[in-house]
Design a protein around this ligand. Sequence first.
Ligand code: ZN
Length: 268
Amino acid sequence: MDDAHEVDEALVDEAARLLAAARHTVVLTGAGMSKESGIPTFRGKDGLWTLRGEPPLNQYQTFRQNPKRWWERRLEQQAQPDEFATLLCAAEPNDAHFALAGLEACGAVAHVITQNVDNLHRRAGQRALTEIHGNTRFMRCTDCHTRWPEGEVAINVEDLPPRCPERGCDGIVKGDGVMFGEPIPPDALERCFAETLACDLFLIAGTSAVVYPAAHFPQLAVQHGVPLIEVDPEPTALSELATVTLRGPAGELLPRLLAAVSALQAQR
Ligand SMILES: [Zn+2]
C-alpha cells in the first residue's frame, strides 16, 4: 500500500465539500508540486541548495551593476546547460498540475499563486496564474515590468543587454526569474493580495510555506477567517492553521480531490 491510501477518503471528501461550496478559492503551490516531474526542490533534505549551497544573496545587485556581463553569462550557460537547467528543460507537467488545472476548469479554483519558475502550471493548462518568482521561460522589463515569452525579445549578442521594445520605455530586459535581492514585481504582488482578499477558501499544495512574501498570503486569508486546506507529505509552517490536512504527495491527492469535487458537482 502506498502513502496516499493512508489518507482517509472522509478527509478528501471534507476538502472536496469545501472546494465545491467556495465561491473563490485561491491556491499557493511550491516546489513539492514539481518534484514528481523530476525537478529537485531547493530547500529540505535533498534540496539543490542544501547540497550545493545557496546562490549569492546579492544576485540582483550584481545584475544591476553590470547587466551586459549577466547576459553574456546567461548566453554561455544556455549554450552549455548545467544539470538543473537540463532537468528543468526536460520536465513535463505531472498529475498534480493537471488536476489543479482540472479544478480550475470545473470552477472549483479561481486563482493559483505559484512559487515555481518551471512553466509547468501553464503547460498543464492553468489560466488564472501568478508566478510570484517569475518564469524561466519568460523575459521581463526591469522598468515597466512587461513580460514576454522567451524568444519574443530579440537578443543581439553585439548589443547587450537587450532593451524593452515597448513604446517610450527602453528599460533593461532581464530573465523573468526573480533573483535574490530583487523585489517581487509589483503587479504580481498586487494580484496576489487582491486574490487573497477576495477568497473564501485557501489551499496550499507542495509548499512548506516558509518563503516570504508567498507564505504571507495563506496566513492573511486565515486571519480573515478563511478555511485552509493543506496538501503536503510533510507538516508545514501552516499545518496548525489548516482546517483540513491531506498528508501525501500532491500528484496523488489533487487528482483524488478533483474526482471528489466532480462527483459532488454531478449530484447537483
Ligand atoms: Zn519596459
